[in-house]
Design a protein around this ligand. Structure first.
Ligand code: NAD
Length: 309
C-alpha cells in the first residue's frame, strides 16, 4: 500500500480560513486587523520569494501588511532603529525580519531587538526559552516546527510514545521540533533523537524512527531502505536542483527537491510530505496564526485578562 500524502497546501487552506474568520472578529471588536511588518534587507532571490509569499498570504487573511525593503548596504543601526519604531507601533502586532541578513550585520543582535511580544517567528531568546519550558503552551512557537506538529495532528499520526528521529540540529527547525515533540502534552510526549553531521551511522537511526523528520538541506539524503515500513516521513528540505520554464508564466522557475528520495519512499512510508507543497505552506500558515495570536494576546493583556509577554 502506498503512503498517505500529507499535503501542506490543503491544510494551509483550512488554517488560513480559521485565521481569516478570527481576523473578521478582531476587526469587529477592536476596530483593526492584526498588523504584520515584513523587513527584507537586500535582494536575495530566495528571500524575495519567501517574503512576497508571506505578504500575499497576510493580505489574503485580511491583515494590515507593511513592507520594508531596505538596501543590502543599510547599516545595522538603521535596521535596529526601524525595529524599535515598529516595537512602539500600536497597529503592528508582528515583526518579521527575513533571514539571512547581509554579512555586516549581527543576526543575533537584530533578533534580540524585536519585542518578544511581536516576535512572530519565535526566534527571540525569550520565545526560544518559553518553548523549552512550556512546549506547545508557549505563546509563540517557531513556524516550521509548529507547522510540522500541526500536520502530524491533522493527519492523525500517533506521536505519544513514538520514536522520533530528527535529522538536523538548526535553531530554526531541528532543535525546536525536537523540543516540541519531547514535551509532555498534545501531539508530543515522544522519544526524540537528534541526528546531525557528527552522527555515526545515520541510516541505522533513521530505520528506528516511527516519525522521521529530515531538515538537512541535502537532496535525496534519505534512501527508501532507511525508512521503517509504515513510518511517517516529514521532509523539511527545500533544495534548488535546477531551473525550468513555467508553462503558466513562461518564466524560469526553480526545480525543488526535498531531502528524501520521495518517489522511492512512497512505497515504504505510511505517511509522507511532498516537496514542494508539504511543510513550506504550513510554515507560512503558522506565521499568520502567530500574528493573529500576537494581537489576541495584546488585546487580552490590555483588557487585563492575560499577562503581558
Ligand atoms: P541548516 O543548514 O541550518 O542545518 C542543517 C542541519 O542538517 C545541520 O544541523 C547539519 O548538522 C545537518 N546535516 C546536514 N547534512 C547532514 C548529513 N549529511 N547527515 C546528517 N546531518 C546533516 O538548515 P535549516 O535551516 O535547518 O534547513 C534545513 C533544510 O530545510 C533546508 O533545505 C532549508 O531550505 C529547509 N527549510 C525549509 C523550511 C520550510 O518551511 N519548508 C523552513 C526552514 C528550512
Amino acid at each position: 500500500m502506498g503512503a498517505q500524502i500529507i499535503r501542506g497546501t490543503d491544510l494551509r487552506e483550512t488554517i488560513l480560513e480559521e485565521v481569516a474568520a478570527e481576523t473578521v472578529k478582531l476587526k469587529e471588536t477592536h476596530g483593526r486587523p492584526p498588523g504584520l511588518v515584513t523587513i527584507l534587507v537586500g535582494e536575495n532571490p530566495a528571500s524575495l520569494s519567501y517574503v512576497s509569499l508571506k505578504i500575499q498570504t497576510a493580505h489574503r487573511v485580511g491583515f494590515k501588511e507593511v513592507q520594508e525593503n531596505l538596501p543590502a548596504d543599510v547599516s545595522e543601526s538603521e535596521l535596529l532603529a526601524l525595529i524599535a519604531s515598529y516595537n512602539q507601533d500600536e497597529t503592528i502586532d508582528g515583526i518579521l525580519v527575513q533571514l539571512p541578513l547581509p554579512g555586516h550585520m549581527d543576526e543575533s543582535r537584530v533578533i534580540h531587538a524585536i519585542d518578544p511580544a511581536k516576535d512572530v517567528d519565535a526566534f527571540h531568546p525569550v520565545n526560544v526559552g518559553r518553548l523549552m519550558l512550556e512546549g506547545s503552551r508557549a505563546p509563540f512557537l517557531p513556524c516550521t516546527p509548529a507547522g510540522i506538529q500541526e500536520m502530524l495532528v491533522r493527519a492523525g499520526v500517533p506521536v505519544a510514545g513514538a520514536e522520533v528521529v530528527v535529522v538536523g540540529r538548526s535553531n530554526i527547525v531541528g532543535k525546536p521540533i525536537a523540543n516540541l515533540l519531547l514535551q509532555k502534552g498534545r501531539a508530543a510526549n515522544a522519544t526524540v533523537t537528534v541526528a546531525h553531521t557528527g552522527t555515526r551511522d545515520l541510516a541505522s537511526h533513521c530505520r528506528r524512527a516511527d516519525i522521521l523528520i529530515v531538515a538537512a538541506g541535502v537532496p535525496n539524503l534519505v534512501k527508501p531502505e532507511w525508512i521503517k515500513p509504515g513510518a511517517c516521513v516529514i521532509d523539511v528540505g527545500v533544495n534548488r536542483v535546477g531551473e525550468r520554464i513555467s508553462e503558466k508564466t513562461g518564466k524560469s522557475v526553480a526545480i525543488l527537491r526535498g531531502d528524501v528520495d520521495y518517489d522511492a519512499a512512497l512505497g515504504v512510508a505510511g505517511w509522507i510530505t511532498p516537496v514542494p507543497g508539504g511543510v513550506g505552506p504550513m510554515t507560512i500558515a503558522m506565521l499568520m496564526r502567530n500574528t493573529l495570536k500576537a494581537m489576541q494576546l495584546r488585546v487580552a493583556a490590555e483588557a487585563g485578562t492575560a499577562d503581558r509577554l
